[in-house]
Design a protein around this ligand. Structure first.
Ligand code: CA
Length: 217
């Protein structure tokens, strides 16, 4: 989320996290652009009136460098020329402030569904483990579990690298990104929650002093 108003950023980030999303915030356009280009994100929420580099310039740059990344403009500007300019520069959607939080969530979900369907279908399998990318669900045998955004991304990463040992540090940087303390135990906590949700047959193996491995054939 690229938003310079700390109260809005804090409020929206808390609301989105309560809905199971992982949120990073940037307080100005240049920093937001840099991070959106450098890290792995599913979607960008972009304010337009930002200090330094304005939102439309950020959008223009992002659309050139990361055309597959959906950008939803969230702005107090609600005039038609600005909206059309935003869509012309590649915005996936446009929401005028003030808005209902539930509408923002609904619009975000539409975009995320679209981008996962567009790439590689909406189901990934590893043996009997099935990941539904659109619903963010994992099923294993008779168990179907709804996953949080980070649980989903950890499991997806393990599935994509099935059979390989993936270190905690790698999961931390792939899924949490940025400035997380490398001594943090968030990865282990997340793996524990995944095992609990998937049941005793969860195909996630702990490799001592090395990391985790998805063992499904
Ligand atoms: Ca602003």
């Amino acid at each position: 989320m690229i938003e310079d108003e700390p109260r809005i950023l804090g409020f929206l980030a808390r609301g989105l996290e309560a809905e199971g999303f992982a949120v990073d915030g940037a307080r100005n356009g240049r920093e937001g652009l840099k991070r959106a280009q450098r890290d792995t994100y599913d979607l960008v929420l972009l304010d337009l009136l930002l200090p330094g580099m304005d939102g439309l310039s950020v959008l223009h740059e992002l659309n050139r460098s990361r055309p597959e990344l959906p950008v939803v403009i969230v702005s107090a500007r609600s005039d038609l020329p600005t909206k059309l300019r935003g869509f012309g520069l590649g915005a996936a959607d446009y929401l005028s402030k003030p808005f209902a939080f539930d509408e923002l969530i609904a619009r975000i979900r539409v975009q995320l569904r679209r981008s996962t369907l567009g790439s590689d279908g909406h189901v990934v399998r590893a043996g009997t483990l099935v990941l539904d990318l659109a619903r963010r669900e994992a099923s294993l045998g008779a168990v179907t579990a709804q996953l949080s955004d980070r649980e989903f991304r950890v499991l997806h990463h393990l599935v994509e690298h099935k059979g390989e040992i993936i270190s905690r540090e790698r999961l931390l940087s792939e899924v949490w990104g940025y400035h997380f303390d490398p001594g943090s135990n968030v990865v282990d906590v997340c793996i524990r929650r995944l095992r609990k949700k998937l049941g005793t047959d969860a195909p996630i193996e702990t490799v001592r002093h090395a990391g985790y491995r998805l063992t499904a054939a």
